[in-house]
Design a protein around this ligand. Structure first.
Ligand SMILES: [Cu+2]
Length: 169
């Protein structure tokens, strides 16, 4: 009776090594698939060297400066260096960092900002921000202010920062 035939007994240790071997083969195939997928994305849609998340600003009426906050994520395997920022909406754009020493708040300007591979840099109130001044028009709640990040290799990364209420954090 065929259905009652026993499978040959496999010693436990050998069975474990077979499973492990399959696991390794599967991982190798997955890695290859990812590599192919990544290559295709690069060749096709020009994957951005920097991912921009949650860009926003507060703008008080009648004040000609505003700070933009955002998160910059480097998805690549090499450092990404931001060497400049500009905006069609403002005449002066700089990367600043606020720091407080002995109760004194100071702003330091960055000529370049390096984002390590796989890391994110958060621009947030009380720390890094993109300082805009010399606004060329009205900025109203809910609208987006365009910025352009310039990288050391000449690539540019567009940013759309949304105007949030003054009490946004
Ligand atoms: Cu500033």
């Amino acid at each position: 009776m065929l259905h009652r035939k026993k499978w040959p007994a496999v010693p436990f240790r050998m069975a474990a090594s077979i499973v492990a071997g399959k696991g390794v083969a599967f991982a190798a195939v997955t890695t290859l698939a990812l590599a192919i997928g990544f290559g295709a994305a690069r060749a096709g849609a020009q994957a951005s060297p920097l991912i921009v998340q949650n860009a926003w600003l507060r703008k008080a009426p009648g004040v000609d400066t505003a700070a933009v906050y955002l998160v910059l994520k480097n998805p690549g395997v090499k450092p990404v260096v931001v060497v400049g920022v500009h905006s069609p909406s403002a005449s002066h754009v700089m990367i600043h960092e606020t720091s407080t020493t002995a109760g004194q708040s100071q702003m330091r300007a960055y000529d370049r900002l390096i984002i390590a591979p796989g890391k994110s840099v958060a621009f947030q109130p009380g720390g890094l921000h993109v300082m805009l001044s010399g606004f060329k028009g009205n900025v109203t709640l809910g609208q987006t202010v365009p910025l352009v990040l310039v990288l050391s290799n000449g690539t540019t990364v567009p940013v759309a920062a949304i105007v949030r209420p003054l009490d946004a954090q």
